[in-house]
Structure formats: C-alpha cells, structure tokens
Design a protein around this ligand. Structure first.
Ligand code: HEM
Length: 418
C-alpha cells in the first residue's frame, strides 16, 4: 500500500473535471497545459491522460499491452462495486459493441462488419450521398438561412446511414428519423465518463430498447425479403462457419448508425464554424472546391469530433516517460495529439492546405474507425456543396454554443445565412 502510494506520489498529477464549462469551451488550452507537464499525466480521479502525439499513438496501436479490459469493472469505477451493470440495457448493449471488446471477439465481429462495409461499397455511394446532400440544401436554399446542425449536419449522416442500411421512407418517415436521432443521442449518454443520474440511465435504457426493437424488425423483414443493402449484407456476412447472430447484428446496426451520426454531424458543424472563423480559408475553398477533401482532413485534425478514447494496460509498461501499471486506465486524447506542436507545426493554426503528419481523429490500430472512408466522403461532399452553392455563407452567432458532454466535440446549434 505504502509502495503504491509512493508510486502515485511520483507521478505528474493534474486536476481534471470532464464536466467543467471551460474545458467544454476550449479543451485544447487545457490539454496543451497537460502536455507541457508531460505527454502523459495522472489525475486525481485515478486514470492517466495521454496528450502527446507519440504517446497517444503508442497506446492505441499497442494491442499486446493495451486493450479494453474488464467492461464491468470499467463501469463500476463510476458507480461503485455494487452496481449491477447488466441490469441496464444501455450498458448491456455497450458491452456487446465490438469497439469495447478485445481480440478474439473483436477480430471476429470487425472482420464480418468490414466484409459488409467495404471501400467499394462506400465509393459506390458517392452519387447517393451527393443526391442526399443537395436534396437537403434544396429544402433551405430559398430561405437564405438555416440552423445548420439540425437542418443539415445531423440529417446528412442519418439519411446516408438509412440509405446504406436500405431503410427508405417506407420504413422510416421524417418523424421516425427524428425519433431515431434522439434515441441514439439519449442511449449514447453511456459513453460519457461519469455516473449517469437515475433519470438519464432510465432514459438511456428505454431508448436502447426502442433501437433494438426497430433494428430487430428491419432484419426480420430483410430475412424474408432480401435487398441489395447493408442490412442484407450483414445477414449474409460469413467468416467460415461463423455468422453474426441476431443479437450481434442488431448491436452492430445500432453501433454503425450511432457511431456515424454525432461524429460526422459535428465534423460538418465544426468545419463550417472554423472555415468561417478563418475567412481566408473559406475563400480558398470557394475558389477551389476541389480542396474539399483536404479541408475535411484539416477539420478532423483541428477540431476532432471524438475527443478521446480509453484503454486499459494489460502489463506494466513505460509510455511517455511514465510507468503505467497493469490494470490502470489511460484516456488517450486524440484531439490533443492532433494539436501536438512536435508533430504539427503551428498546430493552433487552421490551414486547409496543410501537409505533413497524419492526424489521429479516426484512432489507429485494431480499432481504427471502420467508417473513416464514409465519413471522409460525407465531409468532402458536404463542404463542396456548401462552398459552391452558398459562397456567401456566414455564421450568425457571435458565440457558438458547444454541446454538453466532453467526449464529443460539437455545436448544439449554428445559425448561418447566405
Ligand atoms: C468524423 C466522423 C468520425 C470520427 C471522428 C470517428 C472516430 C472514430 C474513432 C476515433 C474510432 C476508434 C475508437 C477507439 O479506438 O476506441 C472509431 C471507431 C469506430 N467507428 Fe468511427 N468515426 C467517425 C465516423 C464513423 C462512421 C460514419 C461510422 C459508421 C459507418 C463509424 C463507425 C465506427 C465503428 C463501428 C468503430 C469501431 C471499430 C472497432 O472497434 O474496430 N465511425 N471511430
């Protein structure tokens, strides 16, 4: 015990409160201070925080020494040992999502999902994504203004994912889509690094039940009447004798729908905000819309919409000059790695023609984002459409409102006019 205490005493230690308003307002300032202390610091809540590029990268790519660890223990850290994790459908669902699993379970499901989400399938979606994007802009073009987050940024990935899963207006009308978006947002509260209130947890459970029954019915229909869509492809995805079970398919469908929704929407919202805060960059994009793909990469680096991810150390291991002990958790802050001056010259400058190192916004190693190709395509198409159709677009708000919650970096609202 005293040995443990002296180990902890020698660690560079910071105070970290994920609910603090100034952190939500500007996480980059806080993480830059941590990084100046050390690329990985300990905090009073009992986990490490990695902010240096090399450190973050070495944690997320090292599958021998780091992984997801014991799910129940990870959740009980917030609620106490007596908390019955699997009595809550939102946590039970989360435990079954492959991003929270280690090999070999992760390998099997990821392999099957990748078969259904190939680069070819994504590239073939370009015309559909363009049609969805322009359809959304057609609806507002004559208005001269919109609330970009709800009218456009949330709608685009939702409709793209519906299109991909083959869910048409016959299966989900506007009202149902809004309900699905809300259900994802409520159920995904379990991703926040804190104990939820009883009301939040009950809501997350109810919404998980709703999502499971919605996707359960979709698969039931595809089994009877196969179509050329991702839902049918998931039904048929095979790895030798192994096939996704009914439950696994439902879990995967919710994960794909949800993972691609907040992250992609906020990439678009953050992108429009920073482009308009940097008028010269917006003008460059308007003059050369072919830069939309590069602008998307810089947005992902500069204002990463998924701030961080966790790993648990399997062994004692030295990282960033500190010894992480087996069983300890590390918060790998991707957004901070993407602003490391050792890797990106002038990291706090937003420039769409930036060259050099790759950002870590999609993670790395065995959990590297399976939707990266799709997200990049959506970003490119959305920015290109906005820059060509609304070159005079400007942001109305003087102080943009960041959404609550630390894990996703995005705006609650963004009023724009053109
Ligand atoms: C800008 C948009 C996106 C960002 C910033 C993003 C970010 C990430 C990151 C950082 C990870 C790794 C998490 C970890 O290592 O713990 C990840 C994994 C994942 N992403 Fe994305 N993502 C985006 C879009 C999408 C889309 C569109 C989809 C669905 C089509 C998707 C599905 C997934 C899934 C299923 C995983 C888990 C992969 C695994 O564990 O093997 N993401 N994403």
């Amino acid at each position: 015990m005293s040995e443990q205490r002296s180990v902890a005493a020698n660690r560079p230690t910071v105070h970290f409160d994920p609910t603090n308003a100034s952190l939500i307002e500007n996480p980059h300032r806080v993480f830059a201070e941590f990084r100046q202390r050390s690329p990985v610091v300990w905090n009073e809540a009992g986990f490490w925080i990695a902010t240096g590029y090399d450190t973050v990268r070495s944690v997320i790519i090292d599958k021998r020494n780091f992984g997801q660890g014991d799910f129940i223990r990870n959740i009980q850290l917030y609620y106490g040992d007596g908390f019955d994790v699997f009595a809550h459908s939102a946590y039970r669902w989360l435990s079954e999502v492959f991003v929270y699993q280690d090999p070999p379970r992760h390998t099997r499901i990821r392999g099957l999902v990748s078969q259904a989400l190939t680069v070819r399938r994504v590239r073939e979606m370009r015309p559909d994504i363009e049609a969805i994007t322009h359809g959304l802009l057609d609806r507002v073009a004559d208005q001269g203004s919109m609330e970009l987050i709800h009218d456009f940024a949330y709608r685009l990935p939702t409709l793209v994912m519906c299109n991909m899963l083959g869910i048409g207006a016959d299966e989900a009308d506007e009202a149902l889509l809004t309900r699905l978006n809300q259900a994802i947002a409520d159920a995904f509260l379990v991703l926040e690094m804190r104990p939820l209130t009883t009301a939040e947890l009950e809501l997350a459970n109810r919404q998980t039940d709703f999502l499971e029954s919605f996707f359960g019915e979709i698969f039931e229909r595809r089994r009877k009447q196969p179509r050329d869509d991702l839902a049918t492809a998931l039904l048929h995805a095979r790895d030798g004798d192994s096939q996704l079970t009914e439950r696994e398919m439902i879990t995967v469908a919710i994960a794909l729908f949800g993972a691609g929704f907040e992250t992609t929407a906020h990439m678009i919202g953050n992108g429009v905000l920073v482009l308009r805060q940097n008028p010269q960059e917006w003008q460059t994009l308007v003059a050369t819309p072919e830069l939309a793909a590069r602008a998307t990469e810089e947005i992902l680096r500069y204002e990463s919409s998924l701030i961080a991810t966790y790993r648990t150390a399997f062994n004692d291991i030295e990282v960033g000059g500190q010894t992480i002990q087996a069983g300890e958790r590390v918060l790998a802050v991707l957004a901070a790695a993407n602003r490391d001056p050792g890797m990106f010259p002038q990291p706090d400058t937003f420039t769409i023609e930036r060259e050099g190192a790759h950002h870590l916004a999609f993670g790395g190693g065995i959990h590297f984002c399976v939707g990266a190709e799709l997200a990049r395509l959506e970003g490119e198409i959305a920015l290109r459409a906005l820059a060509t159709r609304m070159p005079a677009l400007e942001v109305v708000e003087s102080t943009p409102q960041w959404r609550p919650g630390f894990m996703f970096r995005g705006l609650s609202e963004l009023r724009v006019r053109w």
